[in-house]
Design a protein around this ligand. Structure first.
Ligand code: PLP
Length: 401
């Protein structure tokens, strides 16, 4: 009988011992590695050999430990860690596309990824068609013989749209296209590989690390794809060099050990706030609410115990309202006016004028990203009822409740 796939159990089962029997692996604090025989160096330069290391941009033991744990979490053959989420995403896309190729991407994606696809990749004659990813017909219509990649976020930033990964995977397979999914908003909640994604990317900066003390990223995929990414002669990640430092790998791995508990608490708190705000008459968007357009779809794809995630949206109607209430909430010490997500404290920002400002105003309107939108990454508060009540008082100050 096959056991049910569970990301947290998979990570729990993976063990590494440090020198002297340490319960955590020893940090490898070296950029280069010595060899006893010169001939061996040549061998390792040509082929990755398990347990042998040459130079830290290629591989180092600590980065390998973290990468292996992330592959366990996503259920992929292997993984590679990077110095940032953007490093992971851009090297993946550069690896998959050459001049003349096209990408079909969701129009609601992280602002940096949008800017890369819209403004940067065209320098290399790689062009992107942006589509409403929740409309499969429009995805289908955007595909042509040059399309190499379908790109989306499992739960999108900032609009919290859910992508139908099994349907997109089917479409990709029929057309010989690679499906790349950014799972940054929903680690453990979604297992995109099991739902048909070929490559799963993360910004580890957010929920996975969870302490906002570093940027990092990863790509989880087949041995074949990661091998290409890391090829010493042609690989994008190898040659562009978005390497993660091994000291940071070590701290991220330790934080990953408690990710499942944090995600459950983020989800529980976000669900409470979503209900509280909605009951008070605020315009809330949260995939855990039955009125979210992809609520049922999300239920059909998610690993249920982890909940609907820590991200929610409130539409305050105007930029002025959004700015004022965020300042009030920060002054009331229920969160910080800051970009990024996945922190112990609630973080909020207005995506239209910050993380998604790379998207032109006209296009922001088209996709329903209004100026009064507040994106909240709900924290790990123990007493979320108290936090919710304090937050509501701040909305009262601007007459929204
Ligand atoms: C933050 C973020 C990224 C970029 O990650 P960095 O670590 O900041 O480079 C990519 N995708 C999503 C969904 C993000 O939230």
């Amino acid at each position: 009988m096959s056991e049910k796939f569970d990301p947290a159990t998979n990570i729990q089962d993976i063990q590494y011992f440090g020198e002297f029997g340490g319960v955590n692996p020893s940090i490898t604090d070296s950029a280069t590695y010595t060899f006893l025989e010169a001939g061996r160096m040549e061998e390792i330069f040509e082929h990755e050999i398990e347990g042998c290391y040459l130079y830290s941009r290629h591989w180092n033991p600590m980065n390998k430990y973290l990468a292996d744990a992330l592959a366990q979490m996503e259920g992929t053959e292997t993984a590679q860690v990077m110095g940032s989420g953007m490093g992971a995403i851009t090297s993946t896309l550069m690896e998959l596309c050459a001049s003349g190729d096209e990408i079909v991407a969701s129009h609601t994606i992280y602002g940096g990824t949008y800017a890369f696809l819209k403004n940067y990749a065209p320098k290399f004659n790689v062009n992107t068609k942006f589509v409403n990813i929740t409309n499969l017909e429009s995805v289908k219509n955007a595909i042509n013989e040059n399309t190499k990649v379908i790109y989306c976020e499992a739960l999108s930033n900032p609009l919290l749209e859910v992508a139908d990964l099994p349907a997109l995977s089917k479409l990709a397979k029929e057309n010989n296209i690679t499906l790349v999914v950014d799972n940054t908003f929903t680690p453990m909640i979604f297992s995109p590989n099991a739902l048909g994604a070929d490559v799963v990317a993360h910004s580890l900066t957010k929920f996975i690390n969870g302490t906002n003390d570093t940027t990092a990223g990863c790509v989880c995929s087949s041995k074949e794809f990661i091998g290409k990414l890391m090829d010493v002669n042609t690989g994008s990640a190898m040659l562009l060099g978005p390497v993660l430092d091994s000291l940071r790998s070590s701290s991220i791995l330790k934080n990953l050990r408690s990710l499942h508990l944090r995600i459950m608490q983020h989800s529980k708190n976000a669900m409470h706030l979503a209900h509280t705000f909605q009951a008070a008459g605020l315009k809330v968007k949260y995939p855990g609410l039955p009125d979210h357009p992809q609520h049922e779809l999300m239920k059909s794809m998610m690993n249920e115990v982890y909940g609907f995630g820590g991200m929610l949206l409130i539409d305050t109607g105007s930029k002025e309202n959004a700015y004022k209430v965020m300042e009030h909430m920060q002054n009331a010490n229920v969160g910080y006016l800051a970009v990024s997500l996945g922190f112990y404290k609630t973080l909020f920002s207005a995506p239209g004028s910050s993380t998604s400002s790379e998207i032109p105003e006209g296009e922001r309107d088209e996709m329903g990203m209004s100026e009064g939108l507040i994106r909240m990454s709900v924290g790990l508060d123990m007493d979320i009822e108290r936090t919710g009540n304090i937050m509501l008082e701040q909305f009262k100050k601007i007459n929204l409740v």
